[in-house]
Design a protein around this ligand. Sequence first.
Ligand code: TXA
Ligand code: MG
Length: 346
Amino acid sequence: METKILKVDPLNPEDDLMNIAVGILKNKELVAFPTETVYGLGAAGLISEAVEKIFIAKNRPQDNPLILHVCSIEMVEQIAEDISTDARKLMNEFWPGPLTIIFKRKANVPDVITAGLDTVAIRMPDNKIALKLIEKLGMPIAAPSANTSGKPSPTCAKDVYEDMKGRIPLIIDGGDARVGLESTVVDLSKGNAMILRPGEITIDDLKKYFERVELDPALLDGREIKKPIAPGQKYRHYAPKAEMILFTYSDDMTSRINKKYDELTNQGKKVGILTVDENLGKYDANIIFSLGTEKDLKTVAHNLFKSIREIDNLGVDVILCEGVKEDGIGLAIMNRLKKSSGGNIA
Ligand code: TXA
Ligand code: MG
């Protein structure tokens, strides 16, 4: 299958170009498209035969449920049951935006979306191309991140192409994804709010609306992955081809990394370092990438997956990666890095 890349204006998506993409979705084929978080691999969300192709293209385990993307609250009402006032508050406040909410499903949601659960994950992306695609299709779009299962999520069309070339007919290129990490996933079904996957919308953001905001216990330790509530969280994720070692944030972090760097290069290994602007001068390494300034972790989040792919594509044996403080969006960054490293934490 030939994979075409279609450049679309992210601020004012061209109707004729969007119609090409919608035609493919109506034909039950897949289209990769930009969202504000990462690129999604989209299928017509209420048609099982279309959604099944997502699992094949990504090589995704069948028991990992998908998010349905909507363009209006009416669309949520068509697929979700018992929408609580709390859920309505969050939708009003954060949508369109990087927050996925777990609802009780209606019967028209295909089993292949929910992996047999009685709940469905829904979000409204903050991206004009994504919203127009959903609106023109006239139904929710099912979309996981558009990477091969297990790899870092793609934040630009080129990274989607690297994984999906020959597997899907179309990639819409709408430029770089703003956030760079997947949406925060929150479950309200137990009365309070439980974060199943951290993202740009933080615990503190949600605390304005709930007395208690809990974290899925499975998130607290990336090494031992216990029984997670979000089924997708149990799989190896975001992993480069190279071995990756994550160094927890501390005052002596850079000297710990330097020591490891010397040890590995002495063994003849090709080693890359992922750092921040403030620490660039503290290493004497040939392959070194800065993720941005530690004073603005949103920039670090934005660059994270892209940089992991770039450094990996240089053919390094080992990536040594700095950790960040687990505050605010730092929690989401560390959640992804713990998984990228497969729990290889120093
Ligand atoms: O930002 C995002 O959320 C991106 C863009 C494309 O929208 N999508 C994304 O999808 O990250 P995916 O499939 O890579 O991750 C969806 C996560 C998985 O961890 C999955 O297990 C969880 O949401 N999930 C889906 N349905 C669920 C449900 N009914 N209950 C609990 N967790 C669910
Ligand atoms: Mg994913």
